[in-house]
Write a protein that binds this ligand. Structure first.
Ligand SMILES: NC(=O)c1ccc[n+]([C@@H]2O[C@H](COP(=O)([O-])OP(=O)(O)OC[C@H]3O[C@@H](n4cnc5c(N)ncnc54)[C@H](OP(=O)(O)O)[C@@H]3O)[C@@H](O)[C@H]2O)c1
Length: 351
């Protein structure tokens, strides 16, 4: 079987480079088209991109000429790491042209017929695509959450299912790669913590989990009923967002019961053994000083979320620390897992 041709939108950026890297030897998908801005279009990928990931830029894509958003694309499946200033319109247009667009950008996450998908948690939300296709005439958009939200919601979902979450407070310590390149100026972040992240970061953290943990009723998404509060910080770490999470539960649970619910959590990607699925989506760590970004972000090729320090709390019921690799499980890897699930369910457009 030949591999499915795919395109990467925003291929020269931080998330785009991760797509190109993670798709290099993918068993089902093969990168055929690379798209970026007019600054890059017309140049070979190696020239248009300053490769910022460890190792070489994949040889198979190095000489491919970068396309612009105005070019006609042939790939049925498009991964998007487009800047949010252009992603909204571009992704909607490509869906109308019949492509499946699997997006990292924030623009369409809250659209009423667009799944905000974390395959272990809400694979059933894929049903919204049928409603969306009636609107677009063929193609569709599926989004993955904000990079912090993936780590947060993976920690919340098993606890919500087992005990019910009434409310949660999250304090994030977010890595520099989350801001793309060049991101935060070195003189602003060296020897420093910045207690602000633009682009509505706190709003996303407080609203996206409600859609993900909510229900698709056949016509609309019904958000989960819980309240979330967040406070975000940029810290001097390259990759890996850490979160301190404080939880109020509907039914009391001990730290041990919470640890069991988290460690035993599995979903459709594990049942189907999708190529990018972590065997164990949540690694529960018992050492008192873990998770740490440098030591734990690469678990299961960056696709597992680490949770540690699960303990009681004098104000809330439980508190814990969660860690997610922001450009793999929090971005490109999440989108690739979404596409694998769609392919496994036979939902990608015909070539
Ligand atoms: N970084 C993360 O951890 C992360 C995690 C989750 C989601 N996201 C989201 O993913 C998206 C990309 O983030 P990033 O960090 O990869 O940003 P980035 O490094 O700034 O890359 C942006 C990409 O968009 C392209 N682009 C910019 N303006 C364009 C235009 N007018 N037409 C066509 N292409 C254009 C750029 O091409 P040129 O190189 O040609 O300018 C580049 O390929 C954003 O929406 C972001 O919010 C990022």
């Amino acid at each position: 079987m030949s591999r499915i041709p795919v395109g990467v939108l925003g291929a020269t950026g931080a998330v785009g480079q991760r797509f190109v890297q993670l798709l290099e030897n993918h068993p089902w998908f093969e990168v055929q088209e690379l798209v970026a801005s007019d600054r890059s279009a017309g140049k070979p990928y190696r020239e248009a991109t300053t490769w910022r990931l460890a190792g070489e830029s994949p040889a198979a894509t190095a000489d491919r000429v970068v396309l612009g958003l105005g070019d006609t694309l042939k790939s049925p499946l498009l991964f998007s790491g487009l800047d949010s200033s252009v992603a909204g319109e571009a992704e909607a247009d490509l869906a109308v042209r019949g492509h499946a667009v699997i997006s990292n950008s924030r623009n369409h996450r809250q659209d009423p017929d667009v799944p905000l998908l974390v395959p272990e948690i809400n694979a059933d939300h894929i049903a919204a695509i049928e409603v969306q296709k009636k609107r677009t005439g063929g193609g569709y958009i599926v989004t993955n959450p904000n990079c912090s939200v993936v780590g947060l919601v993976m920690a919340l979902a098993p606890l919500h299912r087992a005990f019910g979450i009434e409310s949660a407070v999250v304090v994030t310590l977010q890595a520099l790669s989350g801001a793309g390149y060049p991101g935060v100026a070195s003189l602003d972040i060296a020897d420093n913590v910045v207690p602000y992240i633009g682009g509505g970061e706190e709003e996303k953290i407080e609203t996206e989990p409600l859609k993900i943990l909510g229900q698709w009723d056949g016509k609309a998404f019904e958000p989960a009923r819980m309240s979330l509060s967040s406070s975000v910080h940029r810290v001097n770490v390259v990759d890996g967002h850490t979160m301190a999470v404080f939880l109020r539960l509907l039914r009391k649970a001990s730290p041990e019961e919470a640890a069991d619910a988290l460690a035993g959590f599995r979903g459709e990607p594990q049942e189907r053994k999708l190529p990018s699925a972590p065997a164990q989506p949540i690694h529960v760590l018992s050492d008192a000083n873990r998770p740490q970004p440098r030591l734990d972000r690469d678990r299961e090729r960056g696709m597992a979320v680490s949770v540690g320090r699960i303990r009681g709390d004098r104000v809330f019921d439980l508190r814990l620390e969660a860690l997610v690799h922001n450009t793999i499980r929090g971005a490109a890897g999440a989108a690739i897992l979404n596409a694998e699930l769609l392919h496994a369910r036979g939902m990608l457009p015909e070539r």
